[in-house]
Structures are given as C-alpha cells and as structure tokens.
Design a protein around this ligand. Structure first.
Ligand SMILES: *[C@@H]1O[C@H](CO)[C@@H](O)[C@H](O)[C@H]1NC(C)=O
Ligand SMILES: *[C@@H]1O[C@H](CO)[C@@H](O)[C@H](O)[C@H]1NC(C)=O
Ligand SMILES: *[C@@H]1O[C@H](CO)[C@@H](O)[C@H](O)[C@H]1NC(C)=O
Length: 395
C-alpha cells in the first residue's frame, strides 16, 4: 500500500503553521520529534470514523429515532443526529481537512459518502454489552467491511453512485478515527462492578480495540487517529449519580472515576504502542482529549466559559440534569406536548450541553487545542498524521 501523497507546495500561511509546529517540536520529549517538523500535509481525501455519541453524526438517530430538539438548534437549526446544540469535534476535524461533515453509515436519507462515512453510534461500546447500543465496535467493523466492498461495486456501475461513494484509493489514503471506550467504563458501573473489577476487564477491552485497528489495517487503512477517553468523573451524568458515594478532587470532579478513565487511557496508550510495532506501515496518533476536556471543565472561566457543572439543556436538580428528564424531554399539558428540558439562554458560554455531551463552543475549543499536535503522541498536526514517526528501523 502506498503512503499518502505529499503536497510539496506551501502557501505562506501554511509555512507559518509548519514553522510554529517545528517550534513546538523543539520542546517535545518523544523520540521521533525531530522528523516531524518538516512533514508535508497529507491531503486526506476521506475520513472513516468509529465511536460512540461523542462522534455520532446521525447513526443512532437513524436507527432508533432522532435526537430531539433542541439538539442541533444553534448551528443546524434542526436536529442533526448529534447530541449537541451544534457541531462535534469530528465536524471541526472534517472542516479543517476541507472535507464535508460525515454522513452516518446507517442514515439512508440524504447521505453522501463520497469523502467517508461515520460508523459511530451513541451508546456504543468496544465490547458488546447488553443495555447499550447493539452497534458495538465489532459491528461497526462489519459495517465498514461491507461498505468498502459494496461501495466499490456500486461505484463501478457509474451514474449518481460516482458522486455518492468514495473512490477506491480514498480507503487507503483516509484518516481512520476512533473515539470509543467511555461506555465500556459506564457499563461496568451500571452493573455495580467495583472499580477493581472494571479495571480487570480493561485488558480484554483493549484486545478487542486492537483487533479493530488490525482489521482496518488488513483492509488497507494506514493512518489512524485515536482519541483517549474523557474525564468521566467530571461529567455531570456521572456526578449526578455518584456524588454522594465518591470523593471529589479540588475542582469537584469525582476522583475515583477520573482515575479509572486515566487507567483506561494508560492501557490504551500501551495498546497503541504495541500496534505500532505490529503494524509496520501504520501511522498511529494517540490524542489526549482527556487532558483537553479536563482543562476546560476545571478552568472554564479562564477560557471564557461559565458553569461547567450545569447542563445547558436539562431539567432540574443540582446540575440541571435529571436522567429521567434528559435534554428535549416532553410532557403533555392539556393535550399539548411541551418540552420541559430546554436549552439555556446562552449555549455559547457553556461547557456541558446535556450533562453528558459538550456544547459546540466547547467542541470547537477542544479542536483548537488538539489540531496542532500539542496533545498528540507523536506530536503531529492533524493534517500530517499520515506520516509514521519513529519505529522506522522496524519497517
Ligand atoms: C456529494 O458530496 C460531494 C462533495 O461535497 C459533491 O462533490 C457531490 O456532488 C455530492 N453528491 C451528490 C449526489 O450531490
Ligand atoms: C445496582 O445497585 C443498585 C442499588 O443498590 C440496584 O438498585 C441495582 O438493581 C443494581 N444493578 C444491578 C445490575 O445489579
Ligand atoms: C427527576 O425526575 C423525576 C420524574 O421523572 C422526579 O420524580 C425526580 O424528583 C426528579 N429529580 C430531581 C432531583 O429533580
């Protein structure tokens, strides 16, 4: 499989960006840093994404009913299959790569897969779990293989399919993104497992995650962009449920759950390291979105945000969150349906959208933090994530 095409022509602006990246790299501690400064842009023609609600752009909505209003209100001005007032981190990533927002693979209405597909669905886990989305990571991989084979058959038939389905080479040159694992942790909590029991399940979770990456690699994927899991103990739905039982840190987040998320992330980083050794042609970027999210939640005011521990869209309780009256929840009053879990006045200054997911402004902020590679290992910019750093001697 060919490495992604390089683009030798730099605009002035891009030169400045590369210079800034090179400066950042002088400070970094990864062994491969020296090579990264000069890396050419990858020109990704497509994105294939796997995950849960953090990156679902319409999968669960297509299967089980739309995420209700006011989801989508600020940017799309209608429900858009996202659990957010507007765009998700993955939408900002797509825009930065000059690609259209990804259509959900499961969405049969109005979808356009010419530049990729999104297999993420809300509630998905890495390991199949009852009580969660049935579209766990292994199922998302089956969907991907099916999409790869059938899209090429239909594309070869010509006509409108050539404008709806990706070219063959878009699969090998794509950016493969993963943001999944949060629900594997909450599934354990839901089953009343102890933290120790959940930790003991993580090696198996990682084995299944690594399997998914290897399957994509076997199908020709080469560039991987992997988000770690966020600070579970700072998320309102967890705080609402466990704040009476669990000790808080200095910011009010639940220490035990954040330690669990960090334990998961440490194992994920190890799994990624092994994958780099096992898959000699893969460029795998591990992105520490945990730290980015933790920084915003715990320093909201410094970054121009307010009330990180109150859901913008919700109804009642300490956190404006009630699990049985989530964002968009309706009651019938005198024969008329009325939304009682409504949006706050100004989502543009809020961190948490619905107590589980973030607002568009928070997602944009996360994007700005991670795009230049500051939170990545290796520390490569998003648009240079096709270059394999380090481990060259093993190829
Ligand atoms: C699908 O999207 C691509 C890229 O935005 C566009 O060029 C193409 O025309 C679209 N296909 C259809 C059938 O509209
Ligand atoms: C977990 O514990 C709660 C409270 O003790 C209980 O109501 C619930 O049924 C338990 N769940 C499972 C799956 O055992
Ligand atoms: C959450 O909503 C339920 C009704 O669906 C209600 O009984 C309960 O009191 C609410 N909890 C809080 C903390 O407001």
């Amino acid at each position: 499989m060919e490495a992604n095409s390089r683009e030798p022509v730099f605009s002035g602006l891009r030169m400045a960006v590369v210079a800034a990246a090179a400066f950042t790299l002088l400070l970094c501690q990864f062994p491969a840093c020296s090579a990264a400064g000069a890396a050419a842009a990858c020109d990704f023609p497509s994105i294939f994404n796997f995950g849960d609600s953090n990156s679902d752009t319409g999968g669960l909505s297509a299967a089980l009913g739309q995420a209700p209003p006011p989801n989508g209100e600020t940017y799309f001005h209608r429900p858009s299959g996202r659990y957010c007032d507007g765009r998700l981190l993955i939408d900002f990533i797509a825009e930065d790569l000059r690609l259209p927002h990804l259509s959900a693979y499961l969405d049969s209405v109005g979808s356009n897969f010419s530049h990729g597909a999104n297999f993420a669905t809300a509630g998905s886990t890495i390991r199949p779990q009852s009580g969660y989305s049935p579209i766990s990571l292994n199922v998302q991989l089956v969907e991907f293989s099916d999409f790869l084979a059938r899209s090429q058959y239909f594309r070869s038939q010509g006509g409108v399919f050539t404008r709806l389905l990706p070219r063959e080479e878009y699969f090998s040159r794509a950016l493969y993104m993963f943001d999944i694992g949060q629900n594997d942790l909450t599934a354990g909590l839901k089953q009343n497992m102890t933290i120790g029991q959940i930790k003991a399940s993580i090696p198996d979770v990682m084995a299944q995650f690594s399997d998914a990456i290897k399957k994509v690699y076997a199908e020709g994927g080469r560039s991987f962009w992997i988000h770690n899991t966020g600070p579970l103990g700072c998320l309102i739905y967890m705080m609402d449920r466990f704040h009476l039982e669990a000790p808080e840190d200095e910011h009010g987040c639940l220490r035990t759950l954040n330690e669990l998320a960090q334990y998961f992330n440490a194992r994920l980083k190890e799994a990624v390291d092994s994958l780099r050794t096992e898959l000699p042609l893969a460029a795998i970027t591990y992105v520490d979105v945990y730290s980015v999210k933790y920084n915003l939640i715990t320093q909201a005011r410094q970054h121009g945000f307010q009330q990180p521990f109150k859901a913008c869209c919700g109804h009642g309780g300490k956190y404006n969150f009630n699990n049985s009256r989530r964002c968009g929840f309706k009651v019938t009053v005198e024969g008329k349906e009325v939304v009682i879990a409504r949006s706050c006045k100004d989502p543009s200054v809020r961190v948490s959208w619905d107590g589980i997911h973030f607002t568009e402004p928070a997602n944009r902020w996360f994007f700005e933090q991670i795009a230049d590679g500051s939170y990545s290992d290796p520390p490569v910019r998003l648009n240079t994530a096709c270059h394999r750093m380090g481990h060259q001697s093993m190829v």
